[in-house]
Design a protein around this ligand. Structure first.
Ligand code: UD1
Ligand code: CA
Length: 456
């Protein structure tokens, strides 16, 4: 029996106090709704998930245009039952409907698979949880056989019902046929004047449809975001999960509460990560690396035995085995470092290929360059890659030695084994194996006097 996923996401999220619709607020730098869509997609249901959107719909669709979903508008927010009703025309009557929420981002694939696997085909499956503070949630009402007979919303509950600790997560798996039968008949004679999806549970109990309840694998999975305090709470829960996954796979974290993973991250075993490291985009890191404190890594591929020292920023780079980088290095997109390359403090490298064993250890800017192997770039070397209009490349052959404080005005090429004298401004190609030097002769002026301070 196929499963159709419906994600409710039409609420505006007033308590966020924001111009941005709630579901576009970001958890681990990804919109809340995108987390839920990705989890739904991981279930590999036949059809793309249906998203019920409302408030600022254009903004949501525009921001999430890359997602493979069916967008269904709910123009008036008349309640969760009314929201699901909007999706019904798109749903095959022989399927089962899994209901999720755009603002409940931590729900896991494993819990949802559990729900799908354990709920009998003609039954209703529901995720519930026992929580110490059930305030704000719908309560699960059970009869004396302990079967679920209804769900009562907090605002409609009696004082006695409010003491119940078993809450409704709002996540259900329901045969489409039952939704098609019951949803059009929902009434809104309740405290909020809304069409409650929860009312179908009482229908099911009345018609002897069996209701199967299940707890999520982790109770945090069903937490929702209503304000920025909850958003920050969920961010910390998410980050703790990422940190624990890394440690279980053999990565040492000096403090699991002080790293942030905002994207896809793979790290192999025996790599050590110091505090305040931020990984974002897609990062792949090998084994036996050490990553120092306050390092920022975005879209990088890093080999094995690489050392990245404190306060370095790497973006869009490929780093081979045994490289040593930083402290305070900045490596920008399009950079590839071959094995054993050393990049030291206050060095910026952009869109450049650096050969094996080359060293750029101090205070340099290397942009749009092809540098061979075992090249030594002296302190303060600058590639002048931009003429104010176009970018040009600098090519440096193997074993070259570039003296300190050299400017290489591109396009220019330095031959294999060439030496450039310190302080040169190189505007023409330098031949292999020779010393090229370009600076005025040193002279000393006898009898020269320092200026004297004027008397006033
Ligand atoms: C709902 C459940 C409650 C459960 C809780 C779990 C109902 C009646 N109550 O209550 O039992 O404990 O979730 O968090 O279902 N939405 C729409 N269109 C609407 C109304 C809501 O898309 O017309 C979306 C909202 O954006 C939100 C979600 O549905 O993501 C839940 O709606 P909300 O009104 O917040 O329901 P709760 O009061 O939290
Ligand atoms: Ca809610």
């Amino acid at each position: 029996m196929s499963v159709s996923v419906v994600i409710l996401a039409a609420g505006q999220g007033k308590r966020m106090h924001s111009d941005l619709p709630k579901i576009l607020h970001r958890l681990a730098d990804k919109p809340l709704l995108e987390h839920v869509v990705n989890t739904a997609s991981s279930l590999q249901t036949a059809d793309a998930p249906i998203v019920i959107f409302g408030h600022e719909g254009g903004q949501v669709q525009h921001a999430l245009a890359h997602l493979n979903v069916h967008w269904v508008p709910q123009t008036e927010l008349l309640g969760t039952g009314h929201a699901v009703l909007q999706a019904l025309p798109l749903i095959d009557k022989n399927s089962r409907v899994l209901i999720l929420y755009g603002d409940v981002p931590l729900i896991s694939t494993a819990t949802l698979k559990n729900l799908m696997d354990t709920t009998p085909k003609d039954a209703i499956g529901i995720l519930t949880a026992e929580v110490p503070n059930p305030h704000g949630f719908g309560r699960i009402i059970r009869d004396n056989q302990n079967t679920i007979s209804s769900i009562i919303e907090e605002k409609d509950a009696s004082a006695e019902q409010r003491l119940l600790k078993e809450i409704n997560s709002g996540i259900y798996l329901i045969p489409a046929q039952l939704l098609k039968k019951w949803l059009p008949l929902l009434q809104n004679n309740n405290a909020q004047k809304e069409y409650y999806l929860t009312d179908i549970i009482a229908n099911a109990a009345k018609e002897n449809i069996s209701i199967h309840s299940l707890q999520p694998l982790m109770h945090e999975e069903i937490l929702g975001v209503n304000d920025r305090v909850q958003l920050a709470t969920l961010e910390r829960i998410y980050q703790k999960q990422q940190a624990e996954k890394l440690m279980r796979n053999g990565v040492t974290l000096y403090d699991p509460s002080r790293i942030d993973v905002r994207g896809e991250l793979m790290i192999e075993q025996d790599t050590t990560v110091d505090i305040n490291v931020i990984f974002s985009g897609h990062c792949k890191i090998g084994h036996h690396c050490t990553i120092g404190p306050n390092v920022t890594l975005h879209n990088v591929i890093i080999g094995n035995y690489v050392e990245i020292k404190a306060n370095s920023v790497l973006d869009g780079a490929e780093i081979s085995d045994h490289c040593v980088i930083g402290p305070f290095a900045r490596i920008r997109p399009g950079t590839e470092l071959a094995t054993n390359t050393h990049v030291g403090n206050f060095v910026e490298i952009k869109n450049s290929i650096i050969g094996q064993g080359s060293k750029i250890n101090h205070l340099s800017y290397i942009g749009d360059s092809d540098i061979g192997k075992h090249v030594n770039i002296g302190a303060g070397t600058i590639t002048c890659n931009y003429d104010g209009v176009n970018k040009h490349r600098t090519v440096i052959g193997d074993y070259a030695f570039i003296g300190s404080d050299t400017q290489l005005v591109a396009p220019v090429s330095i031959g294999t084994g060439a030496t450039i004298g310190a302080g040169s401004t190189i505007t023409r190609n330098a031949p292999a194996d020779q010393l090229t030097i370009c600076r005025s002769q040193q002279r000393s002026i006898e009898n020269w006097q320092r200026p004297k301070k004027k008397e006033i």
